[in-house]
Ligand binder design. Structure first.
Ligand SMILES: O=C(O)[C@@H](CO)OP(=O)(O)O
Length: 253
């Protein structure tokens, strides 16, 4: 067992095709845009410049996170490290909102309902039928999950509940060996983890947004609490601007 501080890097995937189109995405497996690929590569360069070289990668089953990790690790010359993938790191399932335009949804349902669905801790969007166009119910990558575990919608609380077992069982043990851990995941699965790490209240987590493609570095003490609350973005200026953009999604266009 290595001594604290433990080194953890969180990386949200680069811009996806549906981020660009301003559509609710969730479990729909969309690809990166050319801009998203560049963000991922730059994320890896930032890691290399900071001397933060990942020893192990944990990522979701979704290609925007998988490809972001790949591009970042290529830029940092760490393509060879071991990789673990889990549905528990997937984006929040967005239920019946998957595939819907954020601006149209805001216009149709009003700001209060829109923000409740987007950022409240415990109000999930309406469920998505298993035979709906954007359902992942029959996707072979989830075939080992019992049908009742495959979500039809999720609120952030649901994500915390399904993500934390993976954190405790698979990620903490890697940190304990002294390895620098990279988690390449999604806006809301990372919000769930940050909520846990920083002890953010159910109310305050609504105000936390995570930008695409900018590594967020945490040193964790022996109790796995952040040495610096909120961690440190490797490019704080770009992160501040991008956080504002995520916050205002739906309000433009
Ligand atoms: O659509 C989604 O799946 C997420 C992340 O892109 O969006 P939001 O930031 O609105 O929760």
């Amino acid at each position: 067992m290595a001594d604290a501080p433990y080194k953890l890097i969180l990386l949200r995937h680069g811009e996806s095709e549906w981020n660009e189109k301003n559509l609710f995405t969730g479990w729909v497996d969309v690809n990166l845009t050319a801009k998203g690929e560049k963000e991922a590569t730059r994320g890896g360069e930032l890691l290399k410049d900071a001397g933060l070289l990942p020893d192990v990668l944990h990522t979701s089953l979704q290609k925007r996170a998988i490809r972001t990790a790949q591009l970042a690790l290529e830029a940092a010359d760490r393509l060879w490290i071991p990789v673990n993938r889990s549905w528990r790191l997937n984006e929040r399932h967005y239920g019946a909102l998957q595939g819907k335009d954020k601006a149209q949804t805001l216009a149709e349902f009003g700001e209060e309902q829109f923000m409740l669905w987007r950022r409240s801790y415990d109000t999930p969007p309406p469920a998505l039928a298993n035979d709906a166009e954007y359902s992942q119910f029959s996707d072979p990558r989830y075939a080992t999950l019992p049908p009742e575990v495959r979500p039809q919608t999720e609120c952030l609380k649901d994500v915390v509940v399904r993500m934390l077992p993976y954190w405790f069982d698979n990620i903490v043990p890697d940190l304990l060996t002294g390895r620098t851990v990279l988690i390449a995941a999604h806006g809301n699965s990372l919000r769930a983890l940050v909520k846990h790490l920083d002890g953010i209240s159910d109310a305050d987590i609504a105000g936390l947004n995570i930008p695409t493609g900018i590594p967020l570095y945490y040193e964790l003490d022996s109790d796995f609490k952040p040495v610096t609350p909120g961690g440190k973005y490797l490019d704080p200026e770009a992160a501040a601007a991008a956080i504002e953009a995520v916050k205002n999604q739906g309000k433009k266009k």
